[in-house]
Ligand binder design. Structure first.
Ligand code: SF4
Ligand code: SF4
Length: 715
C-alpha cells in the first residue's frame, strides 16, 4: 500500500503542479487582453448555453457521426470522474468505494458503459482522421494545417486511460477489491470473486474472466501496477491538455458561457467610440497587435480545437483562397503564445517598449484578411463559439483607419460612399429613377412620414441603381401596393446604410453614414422599416441601435410572407417550373430568415421547389458580402461560380434569392455558364407572377389561367 500511496501521490502532485502553473499562466495571459464589455451579462442565456451547447452538444451533433462519438467521449469523461475518485481512494484502501452510491450496480454499469463507449468513439475518431488524412486529401481535408501528430497522441492517451482503467478494475474483481461485488467472509477463489461480481459491470467482469487464469498473485500485482498507471496517465494527460489544443476540454465551457448569445452573427460586436474629440495619441482603432484584442478574443484563440469544421465550410477556403478561419485563429493563438512574455511583462510594468510589426503583414497575410466575405459559416459551425468575423473586422479596421492599407478597389468605393452616398458613385439624384416603371405613385418623404403610411421602404443602393436590383424593388413595391400596404421612400434623402464601409473596416465612415441616416429617419418620425437588401436590413436592425437608431425592421420576404398568410395576397396562377432558393448570408445565417422565402415558393401552385445541398444554416455565400462585391477576386475560383454550379446542378429553371447582391453575383455566373434558359430572380418576383387580382387594395380576387414558365427577360 505504501508504494501505491507514495508513487500515486508523488506522480499526481508533480503533474498537478505543472498543469496548475500552466493554467495560472494561461489565465494571466488571457486576462492581459482588452476589456470585453457585456460578457458577464445575461446569466439565464449563459446557463441555457451551458445546458444546450456543452451538455447537449447541440452544434457538435449537427455532424452526426463525429458528433455522437464526441458526445460519448465528453460524457464519458464526466461520468468517469467517479472512477478517478475510486482510483485515488484505492491508493489508500484496496477495496475503497465511494460512500453511499459506490456499490450500486447502476454506477458500475454507467462506468463500464462509458468506458466502452469512449473506446468505441476513439475508434470512430481514428477512422475519421484516416479518411480525412491531409497528406492524402490536402486542402480538402478539414484537418489540413491542424496539429495531427498531437491529435493522434491525444487519442492514444485517452485509450490508455480507458485500458488501464478497465485493467485495474478487472484485477480488482479477481482480488476481491472491486466495489461492485458482494461475498461473505473466508478465503475465496478467483472464480468465487467473479461470481460475486454484478453483471452490470459487464466490461470489468468480462475482462476479469480473461485475466483469471493469470492467478491471484499476478492479478494482485496487476491491480497495483495498472492502478498506478491509470493515475499516471490521467495526470500526465492533464499536463498534456494544459499544453495542447486539448485545452478546449476546460476552456470550451468557459468560452461558450462568455460568447455572444444566441450567436456572434448579425451585427458586429463592437461599436467603437469614433468621436474625434476623444482621440488621443494612444488611441488605437481596431487591432494591430495581439494585445489589442479583448480577453474574450484571446480566450477564443486558446480554445480552438483545430477541428476544421469552420475551414470546411468557408467559401474563401473552398475556392482556393489563402483564408482558412481555422488557420487564422491558430495563427493568432501562436502569436499570442509567442508574445506571452512581453504581454505579461507589460502587464506588470516590467516590459520594455519593443517595436513590433503589425499582425497583418507578419502573422496574417493581407490576402487572408481581405478574402473574407463575412458570410458567417465559420461562426455558425464552430462548436466552441469562436467569433471569427469580429476578429477579422477588428484587423481590417486597424489596416484601414491606422495604416490606410486596403485593396485599391476598396479605395474607389469608399470614395464614392463619401462623396456620393453610394458605392457606385451615381449620386442621390438618381435614387428615384426606379419608380418610373411603376403605374402608381410612391410617396417620397418630405418632412415627416404621413400618418397613414406604415412603412419606410428602404430601397438600398443596388435596388436604386443596378438594373437587376431595380426589377427586384419594383416587384416588391408592386406587391406591397397590391396588398394595400402604405409605404413611402426617402428618395434622394436615402444613402448607403454603411454596411460596406463597416465590413471593409472604415468604421469612421460607417458611423458618419449611419448617424446621418438615423437623423433623417428620426426627423421623418419613421417607426417601421421594410428593407430589400439583407445588408441594409441587418445593419439598420442590428447595428443602428448602438448609435441611437431604434426602428422596427423587417425584410421584404418577411413582410410579403406575412401579407400572404394574412390573406392579403392570393397566389393562384399556376407555374409549372422548378425553383431553387439561395439563402443570402445576411438574411439567413445572420438573421435566421429561412422559412419565409420558402413559404412564398410553396404557396405558388405547380412550383417544384428543390433545395441545394448547402442550404439554410449551411447556405454557401455568393461571394459579395464583407464588401467583396466591390473588390476584384483574383485568387482561385470565383465564389459565385462555385455557388451557381450547385444551383444549376439542381436542374432548376429559376434560381431565386432575396438579396440584390446575390442576384447580381449568381446572374453573372449563370450567364458566364451560357445558361440563358435559367433565370435569377428575387423571391418576390417569382411570387408576384402567381398573384391573382389585388386583394388587399379591396378589389375582388379572380383566378387566372395556368401559364407556362415565363420567358427570360431581355437585359
Ligand atoms: S465569415 Fe465566411 S468567408 Fe469569412 S472566414 Fe468565416 S467562413 Fe470564411
Ligand atoms: S475555430 Fe472553431 S470550428 Fe474552426 S477549427 Fe477552431 S474550434 Fe474548430
Amino acid at each position: 500500500m505504501l508504494i501505491r500511496i507514495i508513487l500515486g501521490l508523488g506522480i499526481s502532485i508533480a503533474c498537478f503542479a505543472i498543469a496548475g502553473r500552466r493554467f495560472f499562466w494561461l489565465s494571466q495571459l488571457i486576462r492581459s487582453g482588452q476589456p470585453a464589455p457585456r460578457r458577464f451579462q445575461g446569466f439565464a442565456k449563459k446557463a441555457e448555453a451551458e445546458i444546450v451547447e456543452v451538455a447537449g452538444q447541440r452544434k457538435i451533433l449537427k455532424w452526426t457521426v463525429p458528433g455522437i462519438a464526441h458526445f460519448f467521449t465528453m460524457w464519458g469523461f464526466t461520468v468517469l470522474l467517479l472512477t478517478i475518485i475510486e482510483a485515488y481512494g484505492a491508493l489508500f484502501q484496496r477495496d475503497f468505494h465511494i460512500p453511499l452510491i459506490g456499490t450500486w450496480p447502476a454506477i458500475g454499469f454507467l462506468e463500464d458503459f462509458f468506458a466502452v463507449a469512449v473506446l468505441v468513439s476513439l475508434g470512430v475518431f481514428s477512422v475519421i482522421r484516416l479518411k480525412n488524412d491531409p497528406k492524402r486529401k490536402d486542402r480538402s481535408s478539414r484537418f489540413y494545417g491542424s496539429h495531427t501528430g498531437a491529435a493522434w497522441l491525444v487519442l492514444l492517451m485517452i485509450s490508455l486511460v480507458i485500458v488501464t482503467l478497465l485493467g485495474y478494475r478487472a484485477a480488482q474483481v479477481n482480488t476481491g477489491n472491486f466495489p461492485f461485488q458482494k461475498f461473505g467472509a473466508g478465503p475465496h477463489t478467483i472464480a468465487e470473486f467473479q461470481a460475486a461480481t454484478t453483471n452490470w459491470a459487464f466490461a470489468s467482469k468480462g475482462l476479469a474472466i480473461v485475466m483469471g487464469p493469470l492467478g491471484a498473485s499476478v492479478n494482485s500485482a496487476l491491480e497495483t501496477i495498472l492502478l498506478l498507471a491509470n493515475v499516471a496517465v490521467i495526470t500526465g494527460f492533464l499536463v498534456f491538455v494544459a499544453y495542447s489544443k486539448h485545452l478546449h476540454i476546460f476552456l470550451a465551457p468557459i468560452n461558450i458561457g462568455m460568447s455572444r448569445r444566441p450567436r456572434a452573427l448579425g451585427g458586429l460586436d463592437k461599436t467603437p467610440d469614433m468621436d474625434m474629440e476623444n482621440v488621443t495619441e494612444d488611441t488605437v482603432f481596431g487591432v494591430g497587435k495581439i494585445e489589442d484584442f479583448t480577453w474574450k478574443q484571446m480566450l477564443d484563440f486558446a480554445t480552438c480545437t483545430e477541428c476544421g469544421r469552420c475551414q470546411s465550410v468557408c467559401p474563401a477556403w473552398n475556392t482556393e483562397k489563402p483564408l482558412s478561419p481555422k488557420l487564422l485563429i491558430m495563427g493568432l493563438r501562436d502569436n499570442m503564445f509567442s508574445q506571452a512574455n512581453r504581454l505579461l511583462a507589460e502587464k506588470s510594468d516590467e516590459g520594455q517598449e519593443i517595436e513590433l510589426g503589425t499582425l497583418v503583414g507578419t502573422v496574417i497575410d493581407p490576402d487572408v484578411l481581405w478574402s473574407c466575405t463575412t458570410c458567417g459559416s465559420c461562426v455558425e459551425q464552430c462548436p466552441v463559439d469562436i467569433e471569427h468575423i469580429d476578429a477579422i473586422i477588428d484587423m481590417r479596421r486597424y489596416e484601414v483607419l491606422m495604416e490606410s492599407r486596403f485593396p485599391s478597389e476598396a479605395g474607389l468605393f469608399l470614395r464614392n460612399l463619401e462623396n456620393q452616398g453610394d458605392p457606385w458613385g451615381l449620386g442621390q439624384s438618381k435614387r428615384l429613377e426606379w419608380t418610373a416603371n411603376l403605374d402608381f405613385e410612391v410617396p417620397v418623404i418630405d418632412g415627416e412620414i404621413p400618418e397613414d403610411v406604415e412603412y419606410l421602404y428602404w430601397v438600398g443602393c443596388a435596388g436604386a441603381f443596378d438594373d437587376r436590383g431595380k426589377k427586384q424593388v419594383e416587384s416588391v413595391a408592386r406587391t406591397l401596393h397590391r396588398a394595400g400596404v402604405k409605404f413611402a421612400i426617402l428618395g434622394p434623402q436615402e444613402s448607403c446604410s454603411g454596411d460596406p464601409a463597416r465590413r471593409v473596416g472604415n468604421e469612421y465612415l460607417f458611423q458618419e453614414m449611419a448617424k446621418a441616416n438615423i437623423e433623417t429617419m428620426q426627423g421623418a418620425k419613421v417607426k417601421k422599416v421594410v428593407a430589400s437588401c439583407p445588408h441594409c436590413f441587418n445593419t439598420i436592425k442590428n447595428e443602428y441601435p448602438a448609435l441611437g437608431g431604434d426602428f422596427e425592421v423587417v425584410h421584404h420576404a418577411e413582410l410579403v410572407d406575412h401579407l400572404y398568410r394574412a390573406g392579403k395576397l392570393k397566389p393562384g396562377t399556376s407555374y409549372s417550373g422548378t425553383v431553387t432558393y439561395h439563402d443570402p448570408c445576411y438574411l439567413g445565417r445572420h438573421n435566421r430568415v429561412f422559412d419565409e422565402p420558402r413559404s412564398l415558393l410553396n404557396a405558388i401552385p405547380g412550383v417544384t421547389q428543390v433545395e441545394m445541398g448547402r442550404c439554410r444554416e449551411k447556405g454557401f455565400c455568393c461571394g459579395a458580402g464583407g464588401a467583396r462585391m466591390w473588390m476584384e477576386e483574383n485568387i482561385g475560383k470565383r465564389v459565385n461560380m462555385d455557388r451557381t454550379m450547385e444551383a444549376l446542378g439542381t436542374g432548376a429553371d429559376i434560381v431565386s434569392t432575396a438579396c440584390p447582391f446575390c442576384m447580381i453575383m449568381i446572374d453573372d455566373a449563370v450567364k458566364a455558364n451560357g445558361r440563358e434558359d435559367v433565370r435569377v430572380m428575387d423571391i418576390t418576383q417569382v411570387f408576384e407572377q402567381s398573384l391573382l387580382e389585388p386583394v388587399g387594395a379591396g378589389a375582388p380576387a379572380q383566378a387566372e389561367p395556368e401559364v407556362e414558365a415565363p420567358a427570360p427577360e431581355a437585359e
